[in-house]
Ligand binder design. Sequence first.
Ligand code: AMP
Length: 173
Amino acid sequence: MNIEQLKNTIRNVPNFPKPGIQFKDITTLLMEQDAFSYCIDIFYHEFKDENIDAVVGIESRGFIFAAPLALKLGCRFVLARKPGKLPSATLAEEYDLEYGTDAIEMHTDSINVGDRVLIIDDLLATGGTAKGTGNIVKKLEGEIVSYGFLIVLDDLNGRDALKPGQVFTILEY
Ligand code: AMP
């Protein structure tokens, strides 16, 4: 498996979920074991020497990559979820969408002061979701080592939204 072959496992679906959006469908990647494990290996090699204490996965496709990565790194797996899904005490952050706002939540006991944290999602678009998640980690006094994405859509300037945070991505469009 190489990067070009990996890219070819992702299905582009035009005009989903609304006109003008080029949806990057990773379900086709996940059905190919070589491609899926190649992604986890790339993330692992990037972060194995960073003494990560917690990998935060962003609902829902972030979970898919964050959980096996946390196991491989030998650290905690933490969930960042849409509002109202986490049962215990939470902190929430609102972020802007194209129209309106959305929010993301984490359990307050999921990050300890000084934890070295890696935040993972499948795709970086405007950066709103990842930035909201990062803000919760900062409020819980975790240290964000990096944000990690399988895919970045360069035109949407998500990297700028996450500055000065470090951003690692496997594929760029
Ligand atoms: P954003 O907050 O704008 O960076 O959006 C990122 C979130 O929306 C991620 O959780 C992605 O899964 C999803 N997303 C945004 N744009 C796309 C796209 N073109 N294809 C697939 N997923 C997307």
